[in-house]
Write a protein that binds this ligand. Sequence first.
Ligand code: C2E
Length: 348
Amino acid sequence: MTAELETTVRGPQAYAFAHHVIDEMEKAGVWPTRLNFELWLHYLDDRESPLACEIDRLLAASDIISDEVSERLAAEFLPRGRLSEQIRDAGAVLDRELASVAHAIAKAHKTQADYGDTLADASNTIEAADAASPLKALVGGLSTATKRARRETAVLEKRLETSNKEIARLREHLEEVRREAMTDALTSLANRKAFDERLEQSCASGDAPLILAIIDIDHFKRFNDTWGHQTGDQVLRYVSTVLSRFSGGNRFAARFGGEEFAILFPGESAGTVLAALETIREEVASRALRRRSTNDDLGKVTLSAGFADYRPGEGPAALLERADAALYASKRGGRNRVTRAPALENAA
Ligand code: C2E
């Protein structure tokens, strides 16, 4: 976010600017989602920026800015900056907190050292004293030093308490940023990055059995071209809700990219996985979807799937390739079906 934009969204013009952003979003015909709002903030902030040029190009070509397009725009023009900005800010606050705690502790040490010196002086003087009056002055000095040390300690405790709260808040924020970075914004499923990490870990742990399934929406492009990208996005969300419903427990479902999804099934037999995938396929195809704006019948949504059993020692790329080959066997076989990759003994 540029400095001017940062000032605008936190200044007296903030609400007027936000209304302007919403108006412009409505004119462009985009949904008032959080991501679109952020894109449009940047778009209107700098009409010469690469993001603004790309949005102008899409609008001039009357391209629909679907959630998928918004995600692409954000991925290309915003997120790395956004993410690193948030993480950098979080890191800077953490650094400040730690520096301030270190300063408070150093100060307390100094006070205590002074206190020690005062006591040492007192005992030396008492030893040498022969009258009551200097002793009295010494006791007074001691008492002042004690009070000062107490005050410093109380300040230190307060500082530490505040710092702990700030650090807890920061951890939460970083966790949120991390979660966001691992989630697909349109479907709320895990994204490709999260999936790649999980697959890598699962293969590295070598724990068998492990099954990987790849699922693809049949003729999604045709569907998108006929009904538009916004309806296409709804179909992606619909399929995702069904996948989530059947992916509880140890199963891990993700949007793999475009209209492809993946599920990892650790600790399950091929028979159970086949049954689960068939249920998902039937469930998705069982519903007659309607286009929300016109109530048109959208027809059936069908899925093709392929799955492969992990072979001990195999890397993620090889497992993916075999699951993908099984998916293509489903496509070649007429779609709307599930295929298992050949088991080891039958493999070429
Ligand atoms: P969504 O539009 O955000 O809807 C979320 C949930 O609200 C739906 O979950 C459903 O339980 C309920 N819901 C929303 N609109 C209606 C409605 O008009 N009638 C009924 N009976 N319930 C409604 P569900 O069914 O799992 O759908 C998840 C997502 O899949 C929806 O999110 C939407 O994006 C998409 N979807 C599902 N069915 C249709 C459909 O017939 N047409 C379109 N265009 N999208 C659909």
